[in-house]
Design a protein around this ligand. Structure first.
Ligand SMILES: [Zn+2]
Ligand SMILES: [Zn+2]
Length: 483
């Protein structure tokens, strides 16, 4: 039950606390409010602390900073990332102690943490924030469905320990729905974190939030981010970056929660929960909730608000299934099936750009070359996860310098192009699960100027994922009709 943050009892009792108030000594020597801003809610290695030894000593005497062991043994437990898996601990000789001890390999990219080191934790006063007069500068207007969701999100953050699933279709405009609640939380002096599994989502959201909240300092944390500011009142972060946090955020919004790579890393839900305060409200945003979350929602155990309609009011394009019996053979020879050409030559809007999803990197590269030979007048490219020119190609496609873009599932979400038709070649392949197919279909019809688009699933046998994806889309359209 990985998503039942509230049900699962994680033990965070190792986090120290203190109710000591400011002594004259501390007040004289330190700028406590500024230290509190920098240090509160995080677990630090010694070298990460911006303090001289004597300063640290005083703050420890005052119990404004306390330490916890970084790794406890029998059984091994990394207090920074929560890792308890034996295979993810290594051994290394330590020059300081002249002995060999264990270190955690799971969180090594945040700086190696050795068994003999301690983690430093601020237990002094919590930070307070100066609240500007104008908070949200966004001047758009929410649609009825968006407003309903925004109201529920606002109610949820008012309640301690509440959870809310916001199930909003692709293109619902979910970022804007958050603005009223974030505004409210800022006024209340709360600390807010918007966490998402994907760094590209943080990169995309950061400038939008800066525009919407021009007088609020916003911290963006993701691997490779150059600026590592002190956490501010509003933090955007990849879930991975939350490894550094503890008891920090009063509002925890998790965007794209279904992309939570919990199969790969079950510790992310653990650190996400630890990063929140005990009273925090949790908001989960997704267009495609996975089984556990959906089950809790269906059973009435997880409060849920639906946004079944896109911001422009048009229904989601429903996928058409096109069977192509010789598909595997054709694709193996890097050819495009006849069914594709039949559709291509007859599509209703031949000027729409084309986004073609394929199962593998190899297919992506080879098929784009095949198609380029067959359509010499068109600019065609291919992208995949490790493509060093990924960002440029996406930008070129957005600028309409490319007419056709082949992609693996990497572009299934987080990217918006105004006017595209979408094709999935070999939609029955394992890589295309229900969530992926719903997200892929959600790339079409995103703009108010062209709110429709063809979504074609070419397959050689329907899979449950395809059927479930189509059902999820049409159920949302039904809900939207009833609004
Ligand atoms: Zn670790
Ligand atoms: Zn040592």
């Amino acid at each position: 039950m990985l998503f039942s943050f509230r049900k699962k009892k994680d033990d965070f009792s190792y986090l120290p606390s203190s109710d000591k108030s400011l002594s004259d000594l501390a007040q004289d020597r330190f700028d406590i409010p500024s230290l509190s801003h920098t240090l509160s809610g995080k677990l630090f290695l010694r070298e990460e602390l911006p303090l001289k030894s004597h300063q640290l000593e005083t703050l420890q005497q005052e119990q404004f900073i306390q330490t916890i062991p970084s790794i406890t043994t029998n059984p091994n437990h990394c207090r920074r990332c929560g890792n308890t898996q034996t295979s993810l601990f290594g051994e290394i000789p330590c020059a300081r102690c002249n002995s060999t001890h264990i270190y955690c390999r799971n969180c090594i990219e945040m700086g190696r943490v050795l068994q003999c080191e301690e983690l430093y934790y601020w237990t002094g006063p919590k930070p307070t924030y100066s609240i500007p007069n104008e908070i949200c500068a966004w001047e758009g207007k929410l649609t009825g469905a968006q407003q309903l969701a925004a109201d529920r999100i606002c109610q949820t953050i008012d309640q301690a320990k509440e959870e809310l699933l916001c199930w909003a279709v692709c293109g619902a405009g979910k970022t804007e729905m958050l603005f009223p609640a974030i505004t409210k939380a800022i006024i209340a002096g709360k600390r807010i974190c918007l966490a998402t599994p994907r760094a590209d989502v943080v990169r995309e959201l950061f400038p939008r939030f800066q525009q919407a909240f021009p007088h609020i300092t916003i911290t963006a944390l993701y691997g490779g981010a150059e600026k590592r500011d002190a956490p501010s009142q509003l933090t955007l972060a990849t879930t991975h970056q939350l490894i550094r946090f503890a008891d920090a955020f009063d509002v925890m919004i998790i965007d794209e929660i279904d992309a939570f790579p919990y199969h790969a890393d079950p510790l992310l839900p653990y650190v996400t929960k630890r990063a929140a305060t005990k009273q925090a409200a949790f908001i989960y945003l997704t267009a495609t909730p996975r089984k556990e979350l959906k089950l809790r929602s269906d059973n009435g155990k997880l409060p849920t608000v639906f946004v079944p309609i896109r911001y422009h009011g048009q229904p989601l394009p429903e996928p058409q299934f096109i069977i192509s019996l010789n598909l595997k053979n054709t694709l193996e020879n890097y050819g495009l099936p006849k069914t594709f050409w039949n559709w291509y030559h007859n599509r209703t809007q031949a000027n729409r750009q084309l986004l073609i999803f394929v199962p593998t990197v190899d297919h992506s590269n080879q098929l784009s070359q095949t198609l380029q030979k067959q359509l010499p007048g068109q600019n065609i490219a291919a992208v995949h996860a490790d493509d060093s020119e990924r960002e440029e190609k996406i930008q070129q496609f957005r600028n309409k310098q490319l007419f056709i873009l082949f992609s693996t599932t990497i572009l299934e979400r987080g990217v918006t192009f105004p006017s595209v038709d979408v094709v999935v070649l070999d939609a029955g392949h394992d890589v295309f699960d229900q969530a992926a197919l719903v997200q892929i279909a959600g790339r079409a019809g995103r703009s108010a100027d062209d709110p429709t688009g063809d979504v074609i699933f070419i397959h050689d046998g329907k899979t449950n994922a395809m059927i479930d994806a189509k059902r999820m889309i049409s159920q949302m359209n039904q809900k939207a009709r009833k609004l």
